[in-house]
Design a protein around this ligand. Structure first.
Ligand code: LLP
Length: 391
């Protein structure tokens, strides 16, 4: 493997396409047992290779901006499998999605519902509406990654469901096609999902009493991954996830259940590969200064998230000495730090450092702050092919 990476300029995102395919296959096989539909959440990673792989396995697309809808359509996703959420859809975004006849607008407020109604009428096209309901479930994840509790900007309050459905029924250009929920991201316990299922059951009981039968229930995404020890769980346990949903969610006749998975599908396939520029001896601690920074991977700076960091070059050395380092980037911000007082094999200038589990919300959240270039993608299958040609 070492030779494979030797001549590539760092930093770059390395994608293990074999692992990605196995992950997609596993997810889709487990979901198909219950006839569940997965929509790949584009926000996690919109690289063309990733989208093409998602398409190959029959995923739909979950979008949160007009440009994501355009990207999904242009990449070949069937509009009948595209869902579009987001609290601030613009008129232009709504019009485009409407003209493409997407599967559903996941509507986040009564105000948005009125606007979609007007635009649909103006265009004389029927808009499919799923109401995003805020279920009041605490996802017990990072405060920036929770979306289903009452204070959030996301979703319609439970007490406004009937009012919203009435608006839909009163406009012949709006078609009620179901309910949507999303409680947050990087949820590592099944409890919040079980709680969500119970609330969805309650809501459905109330609606059924009024002769309202949502055709589709979309439970969103959020299934978490193992950042601390990725090798222990390279493929998330989709089997337990879907079987738990199946156990707790009361599915009504002819009802289709949808999911919008992002992180769990792509995170473990990505590694940010970086080179050590300097090992700086400080007064109280030593710093490993990388050529990758928060402009390449903002998660640690933004959420304090922990990614496993490995010194790849040390594997081929015969020294087993460990040392403690702060692992930092070159950007002029103190928060440009990947790890604090991390124990690593003794590290030297030029060593290759792997920052693991970065296939989701890594490359896509890059910026050009400090006028830095964005780290490009390198795909395992293309790399292997290239190295064969070079022999
Ligand atoms: N559906 C909706 C409506 C969402 O807002 C999200 C994520 C997903 C699905 C996909 O969730 P996933 O399966 O990937 O957890 N930048 C953050 C994550 C933000 C997630 C935003 N919404 C991070 O780096 O952890």
């Amino acid at each position: 493997m070492k030779n494979l990476f030797q001549n590539i300029a760092t930093p770059f995102y390395y994608y293990d396409m074999d692992l990605m395919q196995r992950t997609f296959y596993n997810a889709i096989s487990e979901a198909e047992k219950y006839n569940y539909q997965i929509h790949y959440a584009l926000k996690a990673n919109t690289n063309e290779r990733v989208l093409q792989t998602a398409l190959e396995y029959g995923f739909g697309a979950d979008c949160v901006s007009g440009n994501e809808v355009i990207k999904a359509v242009e990449s070949g996703f069937n509009p009948k499998k595209i869902v579009f959420a987001g609290v601030g859809k613009t008129d232009e975004e709504i019009e485009y999605a409407l003209q493409k006849n997407i599967f559903s607008f996941n509507v986040e407020s009564l105000e948005e519902l009125e606007v979609i109604g007007e635009i649909a009428k103006k265009n004389q096209i029927i808009a499919n509406i799923a109401l995003r309901i805020n279920p009041g479930v605490d996802a017990h994840t990072h405060k920036y990654l929770t979306t289903g509790i009452v204070e959030n900007k996301f979703g319609i309050d439970r007490s406004d469901i009937l009012k919203s459905i009435k608006i839909i029924f009163n406009n012949k250009f709006l078609n009620f096609n179901g309910l949507h929920f999303h409680i947050g991201s990087q949820i590592t316990s099944l409890e919040p999902f079980i709680e969500l299922c119970k609330i969805v059951n309650e809501i459905q009981d109330e609606l059924n009493l009024k002769n309202i039968f949502p055709e589709n229930i979309n439970l969103g995404g959020g299934f978490g991954i193992n950042y601390e020890n990725p090798d222990k769980e390279l493929i998330p346990d989709f089997k337990t996830f879907f079987s738990t949903i199946n156990k707790f969610l009361k599915i009504r006749n002819n009802q289709k259940i949808h999911f919008e998975l992002g992180r769990s599908l792509v995170a473990q396939s990505g590694t940010l590969v970086s080179k050590v520029l300097y090992v700086k001896k400080g007064q109280q601690k030593d710093f490993v200064i990388l050529d990758a920074g928060m402009t390449d991977l903002i998660r640690p700076a933004l959420y304090g998230s922990v990614h496993k960091i490995e010194n790849y070059s040390s594997q081929s050395r015969n020294t087993f000495a460990l040392a403690k380092y702060d692992v930092v980037g070159p950007v002029c911000e103190s928060s440009d730090r990947f790890a604090e007082q991390l124990r690593l094999p003794e590290t030297h200038r030029g060593d290759l450092i792997f920052i693991r589990s970065t296939g989701a919300y890594g490359q896509i959240m890059s910026s050009n702050y400090n006028l830095r270039k964005n780290a490009p993608a390198v795909y395992s299958d293309e790399l292997i092919q290239k190295s064969r040609l070079a022999v």
